[in-house]
Design a protein around this ligand. Structure first.
Ligand code: SF4
Length: 397
């Protein structure tokens, strides 16, 4: 927790190896990558191309799509081709569920990363009378997992492509459930077993996820995995997400709690916010989380007081106007404050400040320095003039 923050309050990220997904790097100290998933039918090639492009243009750096059959895997080839011709080579991830080795092998030719769920991938005969698994049985099933996954691992390794081991709380294999219960430990053991299989085949382009819909479960699972990996000298990057977070405000709160808490502890290299909404809506939430934690700066940072009885102007309107005028200049931070009651230090080191002075007048600040006092009705215009005078202004696109 706290010891992951240095004296400046920035986050000490867990050291991970770089895993390349096309031209995007996950881990290895690179900025936390934003990803999402389209919700079109993968057989609808034109619709998928449009959806991938829309997500990518919104800032989604890696796009996932579902590949439930061999026909879908072939369709991904056409989608990739059309993207290259009509837009650009967007890094793609194929989600292959249930015993889909043939599908995964085919789609691996067309995408940069394949996601598998080890709990679903290898079928285990279910015996209703069984209540436990012996160590020997565990070992033999791990070998079976290795035999099953080997062709996929080898082709991804030889093509220099990546794999996500995506464990979900709701779909652990029976032997993991019997041995560890429906617990974070079961999720971690399931992921580690799959990691060992990959390492035995000299494949290291791995990203791990342990998603759950309950935030505390997801937090416990990733924390435990980070600890276990450190103990075992493993450095694979993590993909963070809260599954089935729902929609609206609460969906965003749950996602932010799960993803943001771990990122604040230095855990996590790529994130996906899962909302029951248009996936484009997920992207601004991702960037908001990263900006709020100081991990990426892709927006203007606005600092504003909540206003109170001392507020000398309509602060909500002014903040709105300032944002509309300046939001196209990422990297900048601007404070809008009702008054200067506690001094300019309260503006959190913003680059510029718009602060209530006396009734009808506001002060404009550059850093902690008051530059000029202007009439309230000229405030926003004068702020823009100050930015222009300082050479930081850019015309909106
Ligand atoms: Fe109130 Fe001034 Fe504080 Fe804003 S900065 S909340 S107006 S005291």
């Amino acid at each position: 927790g706290l010891n992951n923050w240095d004296m400046q309050g920035s986050i000490n990220r867990r050291k991970t190896r770089p895993v390349w997904v096309g031209d995007v790097c996950i881990g290895g100290g690179s900025p936390v990558v934003v990803q999402s998933m389209i919700n079109e039918d993968t057989l609808q090639i034109e619709r998928c191309v449009a959806a991938i492009r829309k997500l990518h243009e919104a800032g989604c750096e890696i796009v996932r799509l579902t590949v439930p059959s061999l026909a879908h895997a072939h369709a991904v080839g056409f989608i990739k081709q059309k993207l290259k011709e009509s837009y650009r080579d967007v890094p793609l991830v194929a989600d292959v569920h249930h015993n889909g080795l043939k599908i995964a092998l085919e789609v691996s030719k067309h995408v940069e990363k394949v996601r598998i769920n080890p709990g679903l991938y290898v079928f285990e005969k279910k015996d209703p009378n069984r209540t436990e698994y012996t160590k020997e049985e565990f070992e033999s099933m791990k070998n079976k997992l290795k035999e099953t996954l080997k062709p996929l691992i080898v082709t991804l390794r030889d093509q220099g492509k990546a794999m996500r081991i995506g464990v979900n709380h709701g779909s652990l294999s029976e032997r993991m459930l019997f041995t560890y219960g429906d617990t974070p430990q079961g999720m971690v053991e399931s992921a580690l077993e799959c990691v060992r299989v990959c390492e035995e085949l000299d494949f290291h382009n791995l990203v791990i996820s342990l998603k759950a819909s309950k935030v505390p479960v997801m937090l416990a699972a990733y924390r435990l995995l980070a600890k276990r990996m450190e103990e075992e000298g493993l450095d694979y990057p993590f993909h963070l997400g809260v599954t089935e977070a729902g929609d609206g405000e609460y969906g965003r709160i749950k996602s932010t709690l799960g993803i943001g808490t771990l990122l604040a502890e230095g855990i996590g290299d790529t994130i996906r916010v899962s909302l029951t909404e248009d996936p484009v809506n997920e992207i601004s939430v991702c960037y908001g989380i990263l900006q709020g934690l100081g991990l990426r700066r892709t927006m203007v940072e606005y600092v504003a007081c909540p206003s109170c009885g001392r507020t000398l102007f309509h602060i909500e309107d002014v903040l709105h106007q300032v944002r509309e005028a300046t939001k196209h200049m990422p990297g900048l931070s601007i404070a809008v404050m009702g008054c200067i009651v506690n001094g300019p230090g309260e503006m959190a080191d913003a680059d510029y400040g718009y602060v209530g002075k006396t009734r009808g007048y506001i002060s404009l600040y550059r850093g902690k320095e008051e530059i000029r006092v202007v009439k309230e009705e000229d405030g926003v215009k004068e702020l823009i003039n100050l930015l222009k005078q300082d050479g930081v202004w850019k015309d909106p696109p």
